[in-house]
Design a protein around this ligand. Structure first.
Ligand code: UD1
Length: 420
């Protein structure tokens, strides 16, 4: 198993190029199930989660080929409709194939994803919405068995809670349904917006894109011709590297980013005393005279993203004063706290709220990554810790960060990937 070793007390300089967004790529790859053509995708990140979903599609009979920086996905040869446990257990987002498989084949089986490190994460809202569309859903031996022999019917769906993959799943199902589906309380994340925009350009009429109410006119079972597209930049990767600039109080530029997706994150960095300069596709963070404490509440887009909570907690250890970080989306997303404490951070937890007192000196040691974003918080802490930090179990990090060690080396970080 690989681990990362990095030396602390570093100052960074230069540029980091942001990869395509993992969380946009996943629904867009699942969307190819709705296509009658060979779909050409660019700017897919090289991360494990993407390989997992491509493997799932290949197992179902699709052909996925990387060629000259493009991914070509051909689902015309798809013949299997069962997403098995061995794949789904490694990546919860595999649930994204449920809506499109059911819409195209009128039946499918998808393993239940189960819980994960950051909380229970049920898929009840996905299932309830598909039932409203006329699907018959049974849970048997850990599998969701879904059938809709007469196709899915458009209907009015009101999500009890905002769900990102739930919205994506139902948008894809509704794209081939018979009639119009209205989704109220839809997720507005940029990744959902891109999915809707590509479907819209590919012949599925979708109104309300980017709002909480989506209206999708289904094709009544007809497969669609999906246009070539390039995946939007990864806003969480971008935010993580901005935090790397912030925690080391360095000037750092990220390129191939989209500042318009990072409003809440940039606002918090500015509140903490950093100045930010943005162009259409780049962001530069400048050092702060004094890093100020911050109050953060994670919420759905466009509010502050839960996927940036751990990184800001690492950063808050270097602020002068008391920061308050409240996690509203996932009940157990504080697993990085005990590892940061082992490095010397002063953090107390009370239910869903963490209180971080700074500024504290951090010391390098052996730490364990527990989930994807928790891992990047440990990398950030390692950048300023005294001595050497060894981060173990980085398969979590590899799920969502494309070449993190190389990108950090390029801006001056002494970081290496080693084998245990
Ligand atoms: C997506 C992102 C993840 C991010 C999260 C919140 C992907 C692949 N993953 O995850 O990185 O942290 O959004 O921004 O895009 N819920 C239910 N029932 C459901 C579905 C969700 O109760 O059927 C709850 C969840 O437990 C959670 C909340 O709703 O508390 C939001 O979850 P959701 O938006 O669905 O997260 P994901 O789509 O899994």
């Amino acid at each position: 198993m690989d681990y990362l070793q990095l030396k602390g007390s570093q100052s960074l300089s230069g540029e980091i190029k942001i990869s395509g967004a993992k969380n946009a790529s996943l629904p867009l790859i699942a969307m190819t199930i709705l296509a009658k053509n060979n779909v050409k995708i660019s700017n897919l990140p090289h991360v494990a989660d993407i390989n997992t979903l491509l493997k799932l599609l290949s197992n179902l009979g699709a052909t996925c080929e990387r060629n000259n920086g493009y991914m070509h996905v051909d689902t015309s040869t798809l013949h299997e409709t069962k997403a098995t446990y061995d794949i789904v257990k490694t990546m919860r987002a595999s649930i994204l194939v449920l809506g499109p498989l059911l819409a195209r084949f009128g039946k499918c089986e998808v393993s239940l994803p189960g819980g994960c490190a950051i909380g229970q994460r049920p898929v009840d809202l996905h299932l309830k919405a598909l039932e409203q569309m006329g699907a018959n859903i049974e849970i048997k031996s850990g599998y969701i068995e879904a059938t809709a022999p007469n196709g899915l019917q458009g209907c009015d769906i009101i999500f009890d809670k905002i769900t990102v993959t739930g919205t994506a799943n139902i948008v894809m199902a509704a794209s081939l349904a018979n009639g119009i589906t209205n989704i109220t309380n839809a997720a507005r994340e940029p990744e959902v917006v891109q999915l809707c925009e590509i479907l819209n350009k590919s012949g599925v009429k979708i109104e309300g894109i980017g709002s909480a109410i989506l209206t999708i006119s289904g094709t009544n079972g007809k497969l669609i011709d999906i246009v070539d597209f390039s995946v939007i930049p990864d806003r969480i990767e971008a935010g993580t590297y901005l935090c790397a600039g912030a925690i080391t109080n360095s000037k750092l530029t990220i390129i191939n980013a989209d500042p318009s997706h990072l409003g809440a994150v940039l606002a918090k960095l500015e509140e903490m005393g950093f100045s930010i300069e943005s162009s259409l596709d780049s962001i530069t963070i400048h050092p702060a005279d004094e890093i100020k404490p911050v109050k953060i509440i994670t919420q759905e887009y466009p509010a502050f993203p839960t996927d940036m909570q751990a990184q800001f907690m690492a950063l808050a250890t270097q602020a002068n004063g008391v920061s308050i970080i409240e996690e509203k989306l996932f009940e157990n997303r504080f697993m990085h706290v005990s590892e940061l404490q082992r490095m010397g951070a002063d953090i107390s937890l009370n239910g869903h709220t963490a209180t971080v007192s700074g500024k504290t000196k951090l010391s390098g040691t052996d730490v364990m990554a527990t989930d994807l974003r928790a891992s990047s918080a440990l990398v950030l802490a390692g950048l300023i810790a005294d001595g050497t930090t060894d981060i173990h179990r980085i398969y979590h990090l590899d799920r969502g960060y494309d070449s993190l060690d190389k990108k950090l080396q390029n801006v001056g970080v002494d970081i290496v990937r080693l084998s245990e």
